[in-house]
Design a protein around this ligand. Structure first.
Ligand SMILES: [Fe+2]
Ligand SMILES: [Fe+2]
Length: 499
């Protein structure tokens, strides 16, 4: 049995999916459900961006597999029983389209100063710059992750995993299209310039990097990829969910559809880590090893020891938490008050007025060398709240990983480090805080950090495990096969036909 409690994940996927069925016109050069054919100017602008996008994909997309036939899903239709079709596609031929969730008639702005007014169908002039910035920052993360992951095909632990990687990659490409559509349609010349710049920044590049820190980190191996899709794509989920509450209706509708795809990325991350945990536990049990800290013996079995998994998780969690920005932020307040970006699940939050003029929120801070909780105006702590919601949202998968460990009878638990651990941005930035939440000196931190974050030995060991496993039905030693294949295909299906 795969660890990944697929039922629960599917549930999560469907909850976000339910309102997102769309009629897509695939006869057009750019598949869409936004009646592109009727807007010649927009169509021309997108048609001139398209070849640049393809050039970017060929240069920065999955290295070495552009001619492979990949069993991919493409969003196609309106039927709740199947909004996607599956088939072999060469990635550069993937039909990247512009898909918006259906318009909700009579929708009003759910929060902020304009709460209750009709949702904007055009850019509200007074918030133009802020709105454009929100779209550009979101848009920038999409190609960034494709760039970060472009070397991974060569070391895929199975064709099933390789296919999932490429699925995530093409969908991040589609998310870029979604944001570019908004820029080009609603922001004129500036928007077209921003759309071009999205193809020019490069993850990790010194002189023209991606906008946000975590998207300039390397994704050097598959464990990093799974941690990234579990923890960092989950930041994507939270940001998209907050933007899905936007009073700017086209942004809301774009993000609602993107969330349907995001659910699969989270699934890839959760099951990827879960199957890694499963392989480790199975190998330990088979070898009669009960001590999870008997690292040398465990690594000899060709699996990843659990303390190393914890260190990897610590790294990805802390870097991703920085993506939420400063906990206390006037930009965050402005994005909410203006109605451009809501809270997670804004529409379902009970018991407040969704304007938050007088409300407060508890934020943990470092004051005079101590961690304290303070009541902060709720508007200024919007980012802090989204981060707290994110941390809560991370826990489900971690609990399911721990169940696998527990079932194997091994005494170990994966936990989330304190919110302030290893942070660069916000209230905890510049402070040294242990995973258990102890504020400490730089010296104490330095003496212990190799126990808390992946060290050079760890990374070298992970890298030694990254041997390709590219025969149908073959899985690398360090990862268990999935319980089910994709689209009800068997786990030994030839998910990628390598050219
Ligand atoms: Fe995305
Ligand atoms: Fe994603």
């Amino acid at each position: 049995m795969s660890p990944a409690s697929t039922d629960q994940i599917t549930e999560e996927a469907q909850a976000i999916r339910s309102d997102a069925f769309v009629e897509v016109n695939y006869n057009d050069a750019i598949p869409n459900n936004v009646d592109l054919a009727s807007d010649r100017q927009l169509l021309r602008a997108l048609e001139s961006w398209h070849p640049n996008y393809i050039d970017w994909w060929k240069e920065m997309g999955p290295e070495g597999f552009q001619n492979a036939e990949v069993y991919l899903r493409t969003a196609v239709g309106v039927d709740p029983a199947g909004w996607a079709k599956f088939g072999y596609v060469k990635m550069p031929d993937y039909r990247w389209g512009i898909l918006l969730a259906p318009k909700v008639e009579g929708r009003t702005i759910p929060h902020g100063k304009h709460k209750g007014e009709p949702a904007w169908q055009e850019v509200p002039g007074e918030y133009r710059a802020l709105l454009k910035r929100l779209i550009v920052v979101q848009g920038d993360t999409e190609p960034a992750s494709v760039e970060q992951q472009r070397w991974l095909g060569a070391t895929a632990p199975s064709l099933y995993d390789m296919r999932n990687l490429f699925q995530v990659n093409v969908e991040e490409g589609r998310h870029l299209w979604a944001m570019v559509y908004l820029l080009v349609k609603y922001f004129g010349k500036d928007g077209r310039e921003e759309a071009q710049a999205l193809l020019e920044r490069r993850s990790g590049q010194q002189d023209n990097p991606r906008i946000l820190g975590a998207f300039n980190e390397a994704t050097p191996d598959w464990l990093s990829f799974f941690m990234f899709t579990y923890f960092t794509d989950r930041d994507g989920k939270m940001q998209l969910a907050a933007l899905a509450e936007s009073g700017f209706d086209p942004l809301s509708r774009s993000c609602r559809f993107m969330l349907t795809e995001e659910a699969h990325h989270l699934f890839v991350g959760e099951t990827g880590v879960g199957r890694t945990v499963e392989a480790t536990c199975a190998a330990m049990v088979k070898a009669g090893i009960t001590d999870p800290y008997d690292t040398d013996a465990i690594r000899k079995l060709g699996v990843v020891d659990l303390p190393l998994l914890q260190r990897k998780a610590n790294f990805h969690m802390s870097v991703t938490r920085d993506l939420f920005g400063s906990e206390i932020s006037s930009n965050g307040a402005e994005a909410f008050s203006s109605g451009l970006k809501g809270r997670f699940n804004e529409a379902n939050i009970k018991g407040d007025d969704h304007q938050l003029q007088d409300a407060t929120y508890q934020v943990q801070r470092v004051v005079d060398g101590a961690l304290v909780w303070e009541d902060v105006p709720a508007l200024r702590s919007i980012n802090s709240r989204l981060l707290d919601d994110y941390i809560a949202d991370c826990q489900g998968g971690i609990d399911r990983w721990n169940k696998i460990i527990e079932k194997a009878g091994i005494n170990f638990r994966i936990t989330q480090p304190h919110k302030g651990f290893n942070r660069r941005i916000g209230e905890f930035g510049g402070h040294k805080i242990s995973p258990s939440g102890e504020l400490m000196s730089v010296e104490t931190w330095e003496a212990s950090k190799n126990e808390w974050l992946p060290n050079a030995d760890d990374m070298a060991f992970i890298s030694s495990l990254m041997q390709p496993s590219h025969e149908a039905g073959q899985y690398a030693s360090w990862i268990a096969p999935p319980r089910m294949g994709i689209n009800q295909q068997p786990v030994d299906y030839e998910y990628v036909k390598i050219a």
